[in-house]
Design a protein around this ligand. Structure first.
Ligand SMILES: [Zn+2]
Length: 560
């Protein structure tokens, strides 16, 4: 997901809640969700009554018990009014009850691991509060016009508002959608379009199939009167769905998708992992700019329109590259639980900069990351919800999508790249993606891939940058030593040490000594909160520069 640029409206936890969650985290809260079964496939049939804002659902969930025999199945479902629950294929009725956002189904007998269970649900949702959004057409001449549309937004856990599901990222399943729309409309779903069939009543049913397993939060559809711009990258069909009168600007926003795919394949060494890649602009996308629904990214129309203006070009490029990067980081390899969301969002944010490096050079890459760093530092000073990148106090709501998870995540990946070196970093990325392809990940999976690629132990790096919060606030004093040929430098880490922020970070610190006969580079090994170094330098030093090439990007420096 991409946060709205410049407008952050995140929930602020009360001090009491913060205190409570800190306690839970300290006690080792398990961020995983236990499962007694594995969902294999969702087949979702969806149709609509637009006037009454009703969604009609007919969903079959195929699953298998995981370890012990299974007598009942609990699925997430909120606001779904069930008319029938049956066991497929015989369609024998099953008893069930709904409570606390779940439907509990009593199976007809006990099932063992390896057996397949196919549950079919008929239901309707009237005026859905989340998950599915009905957007009226806007036709007023003085307003931004758009056609009527219906679209979904699941992440983090709103899929349960439109189909019964195990709505947590650790459960991956294949999926199929049958979306029935009015004549003249199109439906964009996940995976390959199998067919679209004209029905006797004039409606059209689009059938999409997603053949590789993906997390529930990535299931989506977009319905509306759109035109489609088409292209191809290798044998991957690309589509961009836009309003008919926005063809030109959509074309600009869409135009670099192929180049980004080529760059990301080259950097990761992994081919684009899915059968197609669609992007669709939608109206009323609220607090976010885009969402990486698998093979079918949703983009806020207001953000796509930035492509019209020179100042907006980088904004749209960052948005398109961010969501595309999620195909590898998030959709193919997915955080195992919400405390590990930085593995999705930090990588997607970092890949925005990586695309800029390919397209515009190293200085542009660094500048992009400096902006991310500055945004994080500003946020860290005022945030009431500070947390390490691995966020054990994560709650499954929009507070997940914060500056730490995105901007700090991207900056830390840059520092990891600087620590292990360019070749080892991208080799590590390749190992990480290959080893966990279509599976779930935690931070230690990234660590072990990077250790394998670099031959370095990286526990110290992950301890301070991933499992701890904050950053070093350096106060550097220096003086030409009274003894001839010496320079004394003292580096003080002034960050306030608390339960989350280390008193001392460790890192190599480049110091450039500016002498009369030119610059001299020295690297200091920082391991303590206060450390003094004496450097042999015969020529008098006029001034010093700290970390000129931004290897340790996440820090602040005061030179005294
Ligand atoms: Zn994202």
């Amino acid at each position: 997901m991409e946060r709205k640029s410049g407008s952050l409206c995140f929930q602020v936890a009360s001090l009491f809640l913060l205190f409570l969650t800190a306690l839970v985290a300290a006690k080792g809260q398990n961020p995983d969700r236990p499962r007694t079964f594995d969902v294999k496939h969702y087949a979702i049939h969806i149709s609509f009554d637009r006037d009454k804002k009703i969604v009609y659902g007919d969903t079959t969930v195929e699953l298998t018990p995981l370890s012990a025999p299974l007598n009942s199945v609990d699925l997430d479902a909120i606001g779904l009014k069930f008319s029938k629950v049956t066991m497929s294929p015989r369609e024998s009725p099953l008893t069930y009850r709904t409570s606390d956002g779940q439907i509990a189904i009593n199976l007809d007998r006990s099932y063992s691991p390896g057996e397949n269970i196919s549950l079919r649900f008929n239901y309707s949702i009237t005026d859905p509060k989340k998950g599915v959004y009905f957007i009226d057409a806007e036709k007023a001449a003085n307003k931004f016009q758009h056609p009527a549309q219906i679209w979904t937004q699941n992440e983090p856990e709103d899929g349960r508002y439109w189909f019964p599901s195990f709505d947590f990222p650790s459960d991956k399943a294949t999926s199929e959608e049958f979306i029935t729309v009015q004549k003249g409309e199109v439906a964009v779903g996940n995976g390959r379009l199998i067919d679209n069939v004209q029905n006797a009543d004039g409606t059209v049913t689009y059938h999409y199939r997603m053949n590789v397993p993906h997390s529930t939060y990535l299931t989506s559809f977009v319905v509306g009167d759109f035109i489609k711009l088409s292209d191809k990258y290798k044998d991957i069909p690309l589509g961009f769905y836009a309003y008919a009168d926005r063809r030109r600007v959509a074309g600009i926003a869409f135009s670099r998708t192929k180049e980004m795919m080529e760059d990301f394949e080259a950097l990761t060494g992994i081919s684009f992992p899915f059968e197609k890649y669609d992007q669709a602009m939608v109206a009323g996308f609220q607090d976010f700019d885009g969402m990486e629904n698998v093979t079918a990214t949703t983009l806020a129309d207001t953000s796509v329109l930035f492509a019209e203006y020179p100042f907006g070009k980088p904004i749209v490029e960052n948005l398109v590259s961010h969501e595309l990067a999620h195909s590898w980081f998030g959709d193919m390899v997915t955080c195992k639980n919400w405390s590990e969301l930085w593995l999705n969002e930090g990588f997607a944010t970092f890949m925005e900069a990586a695309f800029r490096e390919k397209a515009y050079g190293r200085a542009n890459y660094i500048q992009t990351l400096i902006q991310d760093r500055d945004e994080f530092i500003a946020d860290d000073a005022v945030s009431k919800n500070r947390h390490p990148l691995r966020n054990l106090s994560a709650k499954a709501d929009n507070s997940l999508f914060d500056v730490t998870t995105y901007q700090k995540g991207g900056v830390v990946l840059h520092m990891l790249r600087e620590t292990v070196g360019d070749a080892a970093f991208w080799k590590g990325v390749n190992i990480y993606l290959s080893r966990h392809k279509f599976d779930n990940v935690v931070s230690s999976d990234l660590q072990s891939a990077m250790e394998q690629a670099s031959g370095q132990k990286l526990q110290w790096f992950f301890d301070q940058w991933v499992y701890a919060a904050g950053y070093p606030k350096l106060e550097v004093t220096w003086m030409n030593d009274s003894a001839p040929g010496g320079l004394k430098i003292t580096v003080n880490q002034a960050q306030k040490s608390d339960g989350m922020t280390p008193a001392a970070f460790q890192f190599p610190l480049d110091v450039t000594l500016l002498t009369e006969s030119g610059p001299v580079l020295q690297t200091l090994k920082i391991t303590k909160r206060v450390e003094s170094f004496t450097i042999n330098e015969a020529r008098p030093v006029k001034s010093i520069e700290i970390d000129k090439s931004e290897k340790i990007l996440l820090k602040s420096v005061k030179i005294k």
